[in-house]
Design a protein around this ligand. Structure first.
Ligand SMILES: Cc1ncc(COP(=O)(O)O)c(C=O)c1O
Length: 458
């Protein structure tokens, strides 16, 4: 074993003074980090003796307690060992290199995976979180982060350590009750809290619908263009997907005739910008065969990962046991904080502010498109939600435009990426205005206009 000489050890540990600025990390953490990095990158070899705590404290002009605390932490993590002779770098156990089972050149064979996964294909390119015009992202900098932090703090204080354990698999009762009340008033959804199941965003709710309602090989009729997350969940359940063009009229009657369930993904209609508020389909008809899916990804923020599924009354008894066995009840403090956020009116106030912001942004984007997109196009949507769709002639392929735009930090989604059975009119851009300030719309639309022209195929 080659040890690092005492002179080199000192050189590594004293390479620079510790940062004593008021905003810097505490001394103990800086010293701990410095020694750990040196051990991990091999500058301090196993067996090397570290300086005594008094000597190192003097050399770095810090207190001896700070050095002892850093050494103690390193010892607890297994990086050093202390005995009567002092502190030495430990021999770290590294994972053994994998044994090659195959001869060189042939890739190792792995056991089979689900064939149905091959049907899940990339549809919309991934974009940076902060990219402009990216659909589906709410106004992150307008979220009342300080109020939310206080709500989480209160939830931790009130619930205490008991909420560190598993919760009710169907979700915290307080949140389920708050959601049921809010949905009744805001969306016309008829439900009791027992029907509400808390999920990890709408995505888990959609996946649950597939698992609870279908058998492999069943057919799911899905809006086309439609949500790729829903398609992925359905492919993962080995369903056959049948596209239907969007026309909500008569859907309930048709579903009844065919003995089908309807999954209503009501993910962004809290943000209505024009016309009368339209209630959820779930509440339009009594005993509608509807599973209502909702999410806090747009009304709060996406990384909260909280959503919900409202089960029809008729399914409750049968679903209770499977759900209790399949789910575990996590994110308890966030669930409790969210319940308080809703009940105290902070959620509705935030929604009201965001509704006004998105209405203004939607109008500003529409105006910028009308003024600066000097190409044949049709603007669609905008009555509610966080995006507008611009349909373009097929000679401007949307994937080419979206690829070019991403190089400028602009991330519209290509409309064709949402389509199962393409039609000539399914070419265009989905432009998110949720997380982009209105003053950027003019330069962004001018840039897009150039990129669209450059993408033209003759
Ligand atoms: C149609 C649709 N449903 C649901 C969601 C939200 O999904 P989640 O709650 O899993 O974040 C989105 C997000 O963009 C969406 O576009």
């Amino acid at each position: 074993m080659t040890m690092t000489t005492p002179a080199l050890v000192s050189q590594v540990l004293l390479e620079a003074p510790l940062d004593k600025d008021r905003d810097a990390a505490p001394m103990q953490r800086q010293l701990h980090h410095r020694i750990k990095e040196a051990i991990l990158d091999g500058r301090l070899a196993p067996g090397s003796r570290l300086p005594g705590s008094r000597a190192l404290a003097e050399a770095l002009s810090i207190s001896r307690n700070t050095v002892t605390a850093a050494y103690d932490l390193l010892a607890a993590e297994g990086y050093v060992q202390s005995d009567r002779q002092g502190t030495r770098v430990a021999t770290l156990s590294r994972p053994a290199p994998p044994r090659m089972l195959q001869t060189k050149g042939t890739p190792p064979s792995i056991p089979a995976i689900a064939l149905r996964l091959a049907r899940i294909q990339p549809s919309v390119p991934r974009a940076d979180a902060g990219a402009t015009l990216r659909p589906g992202v709410p106004a992150l900098s307008h979220f009342p982060l300080a109020a939310w932090r206080r709500a989480v703090d209160r939830a931790i204080r009130h619930a205490g350590p008991s909420a560190l354990g598993y919760g009710d698999p169907l979700g915290e009762p307080a949140l389920r009750a708050a959601i049921a009340r809010h949905l009744g008033i805001a969306r016309g959804v008829r439900c009791e809290s027992a029907q509400v199941v808390i999920t990890e965003g709408a995505q888990e709710a959609l996946a649950l619908c597939v698992r609870l309602l279908t058998n492999p090989g069943d057919t799911a009729w899905i809006e086309d263009p439609g949500y790729r997350g829903a398609k992925a969940a359905m492919h993962a359940g080995d369903l056959r997907l049948a596209p239907i063009r969007i026309d909500a009229d008569g859907l309930i009657a048709q579903a009844r005739r065919h003995g089908a369930w309807i999954i209503e993904d009501d993910y962004d209609s809290e943000f209505r910008h024009a016309g009368e508020s339209i209630g959820a389909m779930q509440g339009l008809v009594t005993q509608a065969p509807v599973l209502y899916v909702g999410t806090f990804s747009k009304t709060m923020f996406p990384s909260l990962r909280l959503g919900f599924l409202v089960l029809p009354q008729a399914l409750l008894a049968e679903m209770q046991t499977p759900l209790e066995e399949m789910l575990r009840g996590g994110h308890r403090y966030e669930q409790l904080a969210l319940a308080e956020f809703i009940e105290s009116g902070q959620f509705s106030r935030h929604l009201g502010r965001m509704r006004r912001l998105y209405r203004d942004r939607q109008q500003a984007l529409r105006e910028a498109l009308t003024r600066y997109l000097r190409l044949p196009h049709v603007i669609q949507g905008g009555h509610c939600g966080l995006h507008l769709t611009v349909r373009l002639p097929a000679r401007y392929p949307d994937h080419r435009i979206a690829d070019a735009a991403r190089r400028y930090g602009i991330a519209p989604a290509p409309l064709s990426g949402f389509v199962l059975r393409p039609m000539p009119e399914d070419n265009g851009l989905v432009l998110g205005y949720g997380n982009t300030s209105a003053e950027l719309f003019e330069p962004l639309v001018r840039r897009l206009s150039q990129l669209i022209r450059a993408a033209e195929i003759f």
